[in-house]
Design a protein around this ligand. Structure first.
Ligand SMILES: [Cu+2]
Length: 622
């Protein structure tokens, strides 16, 4: 069997297995209630069973190198699919993501595996600018974006809470997995809240009272997933009626786990004496196999998904979209649940000492009036002559335009700097239709920095953005980019950074954004699929122009660095494959601690920080 045959077999398996027994549901078929989908990646035992299969696939591929081993692994996955297609597909995707030989196989895009989501997304996009609809429906375009859903699904494939197998029955969580679980979801919330602001909606409220009715319901209109009726609340459920019909999980147990975690945060330590820090807190809250005690702290986040998925189910056999990572973010309650989960992290962070920024490098950006920086600007790529050509020298252009004699002029006053970035609705071909999606113009950040030392200075450039009305809410800051740059000794450097290289997005960034299904020749290819969708890098903004604040901070890379740089995937959300997370500072730094003197006043006074006001304007269609 040739490699292309083996790859085709993987595509066929994954496009037929995840929708329903007997074949993939096509976009033009009616969406009806499908047979129950027994597998949930949020149920520990289910994920363990899937990972055991992944482990077996790895062992098979290890035993026979090359195409034959991969083909044998696929044969094993196909056998398992007869029993539980969702479980086997999830296992196969984890094999492809985590095994060096497996990573030569493709994972079809979520919209290829479940083409009916494209139609739902197209309908939601049609409502993007309507004001006469249900408020929560105004955000449906964001929640149903196929690439955003794929990002969430894939992230959980990269970071399974029961650990990654090694082909020999050993399962290990990855470096800082508990912390990245909290951070990645916190960043999704920051983005969602920003879109809510643009739509005139309040920020997401936490679902912290497990007895309270949830006023708003949700109708997914998606085969295999039931409605969540309005005014329903969590109730005792049988999380696994097929395998464990006698197992009952009670809301009071769920409350006890919530309270135990809160007690640990208040005490600063878990019951066994282990300190609460961000990684152990994430592990205990999700929970993962690295939890200090699952008997004591339970499985709060995961079983919250299950409780909320079963709300509308009379028999606990049918479930809503909260059941699966590929569908959960569609339901507004996902965001309420995750705000509650994030509140644990926030509460812990608030109890820590604020930062004094005493380890800042001897590098400075100049301030300008009104707390703005003279050394930060953005430019639309279309206004940079020649920038569309391959091999364009950004650094030379930056130096020519913003360096030399121009150094004394505020960067934002120099052409082609702009005060406004633009977004619009574009369309791409997907599942046989023309799918509208949010897109933005390419742009670059321009950062000028002066190294005051006689030696070269390696810095990490951290770029965040927040809606102007939310700058004092440290949780509102969205990470836009993070990268390394070297400044020469006693020099003034113009740093130009194209948006397409952002550390948070799936790479390479392509336009129109396409979920890549064919991995490249290198073994880390599928890992590269991890990351936020490029088309959603910029918040939508408003037709009038929505004010935002950009923050650029330069930190000492010799302190930050933990390993070699990677060009692949999202460094911020996915770390480095099977290695240490590539930034020694806590994720979200510097917004991961309280600012007793206010966010913008504090940051404006730090010499290695530049703040800059910009506007994001959403251009109407047509
Ligand atoms: Cu998640």
């Amino acid at each position: 069997m040739s490699m292309s045959d083996v790859r085709q077999r993987a595509l066929d398996l994954l496009t037929r297995g995840t929708t329903r027994p007997g074949g993939a549901l096509r976009a033009d078929e009616p969406t009806v209630i499908a047979p129950p989908r027994p597998f949930s990646p949020f149920i520990n035992e289910h994920l363990q069973r899937a990972l055991t299969l992944t482990d077996t696939l790895m062992a098979i591929a290890d035993e026979t190198p090359g195409e034959d081993g991969l083909n044998a692994a696929l044969a094993e996955a196909e056998r398992a699919m007869a029993d539980d297609p969702d479980l086997a597909s999830h296992a196969l995707m984890m094999f492809i993501t985590h095994h060096p030989a497996g990573s030569q196989l493709p994972i079809p895009a979520l919209e290829e595996r479940t083409p009916q989501i494209v139609d739902l997304s197209a309908r939601a996009m049609a409502d993007i600018a309507r004001e006469d609809i249900d408020p929560e429906a105004a955000l449906a375009w964001f929640r149903t974006d196929p690439l955003a859903n794929q990002h969430h699904e894939h992230w959980h494939v990269v970071y399974p809470h029961e650990g990654v197998p090694d082909g020999h029955g050993h399962f290990t969580v990855q470096d800082r997995q508990g912390e990245i679980f909290l951070y990645m979801h916190q960043q999704m919330l920051a983005r969602y809240d920003t879109e809510r602001l643009a739509a005139g909606l309040p920020k997401v409220m936490p679902l912290s009272d497990y007895q309270a009715p949830i006023a708003e319901g949700y109708e997914p209109d998606l085969a295999g997933y039931i409605n969540r009726p309005p005014n329903s609340h969590m109730r005792d459920v049988h999380p696994d009626p097929i395998h464990h019909p006698d197992l009952l999980y009670q809301v009071t147990q769920h409350e006890a786990f919530r309270d135990a975690i809160n007690t640990a945060i208040g005490d600063g330590q878990f019951a066994g004496g282990q300190p609460v820090e961000i990684n152990s807190l994430g592990a205990a809250t999700e929970s993962t196999i690295a939890s200090v005690s699952r008997p004591r702290y339970g499985n709060l986040h995961n079983l919250g998904h299950v409780l909320l998925a079963l709300i509308g189910s009379p028999d606990d056999v049918q479930h809503g979209v909260m059941w699966a990572t590929a569908t959960a973010i569609r339901d507004p309650v996902f965001w309420q649940w995750h705000r509650h989960v994030d509140d644990f992290a926030f509460r812990w962070q608030e109890a820590q000492q604020p930062r004094d920024f005493g380890d800042s490098p001897a590098v400075q950006m100049r301030s300008a009036p009104a707390g703005a920086s003279a050394d930060v600007a953005v430019c639309a790529a279309e206004n940079i002559d020649g920038s569309g050509e391959a091999g364009f020298d950004w650094a030379a252009w930056g130096e020519r335009t913003f360096g030399g004699d121009a150094w004394q002029t505020p960067a934002s006053d120099i052409k082609p700097a702009t005060g406004e970035l633009r977004t619009r609705i574009a369309a791409r071909a997907a599942a046989g239709t023309n799918l509208p999606y949010l897109d933005h113009d390419d742009f670059v950040y321009v950062v000028r920095a002066e190294n005051l030392h006689d030696a070269p200075a390696d810095v990490t450039v951290r770029v965040f953005m927040a809606a102007e009305t939310s700058v004092e809410d440290r949780r509102a800051w969205i990470e836009m980019d993070k990268f390394h740059h070297q400044l020469g000794p006693r020099s003034r450097t113009v740093i130009v950074r194209p948006n397409r290289l952002s550390s948070v997005i799936q790479k390479p960034a392509v336009r129109p954004p396409q979920p890549r299904r064919t991995p490249g020749p290198d073994a880390a290819a599928n890992y590269c699929n991890c990351g936020w969708p490029f088309n959603l890098l910029l918040p939508k903004g408003t037709p009038e122009g929505m004010p935002f604040r950009l923050m650029v901070m330069l930190t000492d890379w010799t302190i930050d660095q933990t390993g070699p740089d990677t060009d692949c995937g999202s460094m911020s959300f996915c770390g480095a494959r099977d290695a240490r997370y590539p930034d020694s500072r806590p994720m979200g730094y510097p917004f991961d601690r309280r600012f007793p003197n206010g966010v913008s006043a504090t940051l404006a006074a730090v010499p290695n920080v530049g703040l800059h006001a910009i506007s994001i304007r959403h251009e109407p269609a047509g």
